[in-house]
Design a protein around this ligand. Structure first.
Ligand code: NAP
Length: 490
């Protein structure tokens, strides 16, 4: 039971008498409250409340929670406040909550729980968009409880997950002190499907084995502001934090190049092709059971599962091995980050890649970077796409993505019979867009008799590559696909 005052983010504005009366009413009911939460600052400043502490404590099953909240940031005297609460003779449970300024603040919450949990039951929580890890991982660090909202619109603090999210999505009941932690780093990451996919994968992993249960980890959104310094400081602090068991992360826009720099600076392993592409999407931090050294740099590697996923998806549709791409003509539409990864991957297999892009200078830049790396890369203006004679066409632009589902990057390509006449057989058409699963490009390609590959397949395969790298187990592809389709249908 609590009656939160206005000073600490609640609505109560009465005096000490009124406050104590409310608590008396709560303990005078038919069922004793488990605990009553009183605010430390109010106890310190309000003699009426201070004088009633013994009576209120006796009226609850577990006694009094002493709490402190700061909805604006980290209070300068946070550690003093926690120490004062822990030492107070009427305090049975300590609770500190403050607004996190970055993901790093969660580590201080973990520190507090580890330091005080043997002294008194404690929970230390961070509020706001950066605070989710402290809420989800409270149990891992011996926290006495966490908070969750019954419905999304019924939360009592910013950043609070719902009960369903914390139990089902973030696997609250499965988290132990040894649970490995993963996440998706990006800015923004609020709408990422990755936590849904990987946490469902961990559920499946736990269910597969009756011998070694709890192999699964927990996977969190990790928002990090768009700056190298933020990335380096935050990911570095998470990697080095002993006891977090941070096993690595997915990395998305705008940090893919930062990941390469981070791992290189720590003398970790960087995959050669990721280096050439200038982007990696996966960090693996290997932790040897029981004797992980913080800063053990050799235990870290960065690589890119996007391009391998694209290669695998196309080759599966063609029914061929990667090596058989030698000499195959592949048309890539677009000249941005996704195009660079795909051009590099197919050129490395010896394919002849034609880059069709709106801005020719960007297509030319890809030619400069990747032509001659085993395969051949040439540039062509986007309006020449209808003259293509490529056996594989890959859309790497966002044209056709939700909500612009009526758009296509290949206007007129499938009109008439010219395409099949020129190539001799319909091309394989792959759209990297995954929302919607079937774009207008794919719909028209299918109607023209082409084999098609959806961005969902690439998305699921790139996630599967990460899952296997982290866990050493094959990813449950059927689960991943079901989760992606369910999210898209939603
Ligand atoms: P990016 O770096 O911003 O590049 C976008 C490219 O699309 C640019 O070359 C741009 O041409 C071109 N483009 C944008 N709007 C266009 C238009 N209206 N007409 C013609 N060309 C246009 O983006 P990115 O990181 O490469 O991502 C591109 C897409 O790849 C994303 O939208 C996403 O759907 C997809 N993707 C999918 C996966 C997956 O797992 N399935 C993974 C990564 C990316 P200019 O050079 O002329 O500006």
């Amino acid at each position: 039971v609590t009656c939160r005052t206005e000073a600490e983010g609640g609505a109560f504005i009465g005096d000490g008498e009124e406050l104590v009366d409310r608590y008396r009413a709560a303990i005078g009911g038919t069922r004793k409250p488990i605990a009553i939460d009183v605010e430390l600052l109010r106890v310190e400043q309000d003699p009426t409340l201070a004088a009633a502490l013994g009576e209120l404590s006796a009226g609850c099953e577990r006694g009094l929670i002493f709490s402190t909240h700061d909805f604006t940031g980290r209070p300068a005297d946070l550690t003093r406040r926690v120490a004062d609460m822990a030492e107070h003779p009427h305090c049975a449970i300590v609770k500190a909550a403050w607004r996190a300024r970055s993901l790093r603040d969660n580590l201080e919450a973990f520190d507090l729980m580890r330091e005080y949990r043997s002294v008194k039951p404690i929970v230390a929580l961070c509020m706001g968009e950066f605070g989710l890890p402290s809420r989800v991982l409270a149990g891992k660090f011996g926290g006495w409880m966490t908070f969750a909202a019954i419905d999304a619109d019924k939360g009592t603090a910013p950043g609070q997950p719902t009960l369903d999210e914390i139990k089902r999505l973030y696997r609250w009941d499965r988290i132990t002190a040894r649970t490995p932690v993963y996440g998706v780093v990006g800015w923004p990451v609020g709408h990422s499907l990755s936590p849904h996919i990987h946490n469902a994968g961990f559920d499946a992993l736990d269910e597969q084995s009756s011998v070694d249960r709890w192999r699964g980890g927990v996977y969190l959104p990790m928002p990090i502001a768009d700056a190298w310094e933020q990335f380096k400081a935050t990911v570095g602090a998470w990697v080095d934090y002993d006891g977090l068991d941070f096993g690595g992360c997915s990395v998305t826009i705008p940090h893919k190049a930062h990941l390469l720099r981070f791992v290189a600076e720590r003398d970790g392993g960087v995959e050669t092709l990721s280096d050439a592409i200038g982007a990696a999407n996966t960090l693996v931090v290997s932790r040897q059971e029981g004797h992980h050294e913080p800063n053990d740099e050799s235990a870290m590697r960065a690589f890119n599962t996007d391009y391998a996923a694209a290669l695998d998806a196309v080759c599966a549709a063609m029914g061929i091995e990667h090596a058989m791409l030698q000499g195959v003509r592949v048309g890539v539409i677009g000249g941005g980050g996704a195009a660079a990864a795909i051009v590099a991957a197919f050129a490395a297999q010896g394919a002849t890649v034609v880059v069709y892009n709106r801005t020719m200078s960007k297509a030319d830049a890809l030619v400069d970077r990747f032509n001659g790396n085993t395969g051949k890369v040439v540039a062509a203006p986007l309006d020449k796409l209808c003259d293509t004679c490529c056996a594989v066409l890959i859309n790497c632009t966002p044209v056709g993505m939700h909500p612009n589902v009526d758009a296509t990057p290949a206007e007129g390509l499938f009109d008439g019979e010219t395409l099949e006449h020129r190539i001799g057989h319909p091309p394989v058409v792959f759209d990297t867009i995954y929302n919607p699963a079937e774009t207008r490009l794919l719909r028209e390609a299918k109607a023209a008799g082409c084999k098609t590959v959806s961005g969902v397949e690439m998305f699921v395969r790139q996630a599967a590559g990460q899952f296997t790298a982290w866990t050493g187990h094959a990813a449950p592809m059927d689960v991943f696909e079901r989760v992606v389709h369910a999210s898209l249908d939603h």
